[in-house]
Each structure stands twice: as structure tokens, then as C-alpha cells.
Design a protein around this ligand. Structure first.
Ligand SMILES: [Zn+2]
Length: 385
């Protein structure tokens, strides 16, 4: 092991092994991964000595990254003596991560980046992508780098409805008089780039409501255009009405006890955790456990914006664990499951061809998922944060 350059960081400085060199782009190499190399040049490095959590399990492997992309995950026995670019004679930077674990960077499936514009802080602490679940319409046209963001824009709501009379009065709701207006709003927002539609279904006194016909019409239009629909629905009645309208995603785990028929109605659908944003009560955790046991898909989400802690939220992870999720289930809820559900291409799993967006951790997060909140290092598209 480490025969070509060990310890990489120390000897690299002495012998010139592992010096940062501009990558040679797609022309170099000659190994089997050459065809996967991206055309853009960028940092070329090999993280050596760690354990990589791949779609097929934990592998003692070196992780080669070039141009922001994973080009190879090589089991130690397969390590070549030296990797040298055949054209430039450049070598990759070698990073010693012996004893560390590598997991995919996280996806937060419920944030408000217009309300709390701290995308860089999220990225610094391990978030690669996020789903923005209410923002003014102008947010749809904005860049959100370094994060990949899918956004709803304003919630499609009733005139005077949630959230237009409270925290969201400055454009976080799109008021609609009736079903036809709601359908037009859905068309407009998707035309502007919305990747999901958010419909509030609330029973708060004083909140105007879209009726069932308008909710169903809005959902049908979003589905016709290939876009999922999430609802803010916190009670049993609200969650049942959202399911009846065809809504796909509970934007929060409901906080009031869900009845058996509501659990059944959501058993083939999706719920975003946001346990801590509403106090992570035993009732809320029980709802998440019941939805999950019934078969619902669970996505990690924090309601960042209403929640304030930037990054992978330790309290949310702890609450998910207390709701009966083991480390693997928590990891999946923040990585592969939301990547597939929302369509974040090249995120969520560590495999050749995917983005080099990952966490370096001190131990196996499947055993201790709280470690996810304290990564030793964060890389997004090959760049250390
Ligand atoms: Zn929210």
C-alpha cells in the first residue's frame, strides 16, 4: 500500500510527488477510466486509503477525481503503480484519508434560500443540492451556485391564503381566486422553471383556502407537465385532503396524529422529515415512523430558513434516529433517495461518472449517523469547501 507516494502529504512536499498540477484534460491518461474523463479541466486528485460507501456497499478503495467528476473508485488491490498523464506527465494530487469514510454529499429536500440566503454556508457543511419550497417568483430565474436547486417559486394559494398574511407576505404566495387561476399559476411557474409546485392545505383560522376542486386541478396540471406537487399540511384532515387532491409530497411530517386511513393514503407517496422545525415531538416522530412502516418514501429536510443551522442538521438526524430510522436509512434519505426522486443528476451516489460531491467522515455513518453533521472535509464537484 502507498508504495508510490507515502505518506502522500508529507513526501509530496519533499519529493515533488503529488504536487498540485493543472490537469491535462481529456487527452491524458490511458487507463480504463479515460473515457469517463470530463472535457473541462480541473483538480485531479486521488483520495487514498479510505472506505467508500458505494451503491453496492462499503469498499476499501481509492477515489480518483478529475474535473469535478469521479473518474474511478479502485479497490486497493487494483491500484496501479503510478498514474501519470501520458501527454503532460502530470500526476494527481494525493490526499491521504486513511481510516476515513467517504459518503455522498447531502440533499436537503426542504429549504427557503430566498428567506435565508446562505447557500454557501450549506455547501460548506455538506449540502450539495436543495429543494426550495417557497420563494418569490424572481427566485426561479436566479443562479444558486454552488448548490443545485430545484425550486417551487411562490406557493399556489388562495387570495388571502397561507402564507400571504404572515411570514410569506412578500411574494412567497401566488394568490388564486379559483381553479382556473390555480391552473394558470401552475403553467406560469413551471414555464419560469419551477421544478415542483407547492400547495398549502391549512386549517388555520382566518386563512383562506383553495377548495378541493382547485387543489385537484392544480395538481393535475402540474402532473400533466411532469412536475411533482408538495403540500404544507400539518393535521390529519389537511394531509388527507392533500392526498385526495393527488399531492405527491408532504413538505413536513404532520404534527398532529395521523389516522390509519391517512397513513394508508400516503403509503405510496413521499414525506420530507422537517422534524426539528416543529419541535420533533413524539407525535411527529410517530407519524414519520407510521408513514415509513406503511411504505412511504422518506426524504431528509430541515425547513432551512425557518430552521437556522446551516449544513447537515445534527438535531434532525437525531430525531430521525429517534423515529426508528437506522444509519443506512438516514443516509439514504439524504442522498440516493432524494437524488432519484427529484432528479438531481449525478448526485446521491458515489460511482464513476457522478459528481465528485462527498463528505469525508471519521467513521462509518451507518453506525453513527450523527457524524454526518460533522464532516472532516467536504468536497463539492471536486473542490474542497
Ligand atoms: Zn418551509
Amino acid at each position: 500500500m502507498y508504495r508510490s507516494c507515502f505518506p502522500a502529504v508529507l513526501l509530496g512536499a519533499i519529493f515533488g510527488c503529488g504536487q498540485p498540477l493543472a490537469a491535462g484534460g481529456e487527452t491524458g491518461g490511458g487507463d480504463s477510466a479515460a473515457s469517463l474523463r470530463p472535457s473541462a479541466s480541473g483538480p485531479w486528485m486521488v483520495l487514498e486509503g479510505g472506505t467508500v460507501l458505494t451503491p453496492t456497499g462499503a469498499v476499501a478503495a481509492d477515489l480518483e477525481v478529475r474535473g469535478g467528476t469521479i473518474v474511478a473508485i479502485r479497490e486497493r488491490a487494483d491500484r496501479p503503480d503510478r498514474a501519470v498523464d501520458s501527454v503532460t506527465r502530470a500526476e494527481p494530487v494525493r490526499v491521504n484519508i486513511r481510516g476515513k469514510w467517504v459518503a455522498p454529499a447531502f440533499i436537503d429536500s426542504h429549504v427557503h434560500l430566498a428567506y435565508l440566503p446562505e447557500g454557501d454556508a450549506l455547501a460548506d457543511h455538506g449540502i450539495a443540492a436543495a429543494v426550495d419550497m417557497a420563494a418569490p417568483e424572481s427566485f426561479l430565474a436566479a443562479s444558486h451556485a454552488p448548490l443545485d436547486v430545484i425550486a417551487s417559486g411562490p406557493m399556489v394559494t388562495a387570495v388571502g391564503g397561507y402564507p400571504t398574511q404572515g411570514w410569506g407576505r412578500d411574494g412567497y404566495g401566488y394568490p388564486c381566486f379559483d381553479a382556473a387561476a390555480a391552473v394558470a399559476a401552475v403553467d406560469r411557474l413551471i414555464g419560469e422553471g419551477a421544478g415542483l409546485i407547492k400547495l398549502p392545505v391549512t386549517g388555520d383560522p382566518g386563512d383562506a383556502q383553495l377548495d378541493g376542486e382547485a387543489l385537484a386541478a392544480a395538481v393535475s396540471e402540474a402532473h400533466r407537465l411532469g412536475v411533482p406537487v408538495a403540500s404544507h399540511a400539518l393535521s390529519d384532515d389537511e394531509a388527507a385532503r392533500a392526498a385526495a387532491a393527488g399531492v405527491d409530497v408532504l413538505a413536513h411530517t404532520p404534527v398532529a396524529t395521523l389516522g390509519a386511513s391517512t397513513i394508508q393514503a400516503w403509503s405510496r407517496k413521499t414525506v420530507v422529515t422537517t422534524l426539528v422545525a416543529f419541535g420533533a415531538s413524539a407525535t411527529t416522530r410517530g407519524n414519520l415512523a407510521a408513514l415509513r412502516a406503511a411504505g412511504a418514501r422518506v426524504l431528509y429536510g430541515t425547513d432551512f430558513g425557518n430552521a437556522q443551522e446551516a449544513g447537515i442538521n445534527e438535531a434532525e438526524i437525531a430525531a430521525m434516529r429517534d423515529a426508528g430510522m437506522d444509519g443506512q436509512a438516514i443516509l439514504d434519505a439524504g442522498t440516493v433517495t432524494p437524488a432519484q426522486f427529484w432528479g438531481f443528476a449525478r448526485l446521491g451516489t458515489l460511482e464513476a461518472g457522478n459528481a465528485a460531491s462527498f463528505l469525508v467522515l471519521d467513521a462509518d455513518p451507518r453506525v453513527d449517523p450523527l457524524l454526518l453533521a460533522h464532516p472532516d472535509a467536504v468536497y463539492l464537484r471536486g473542490a474542497r469547501r
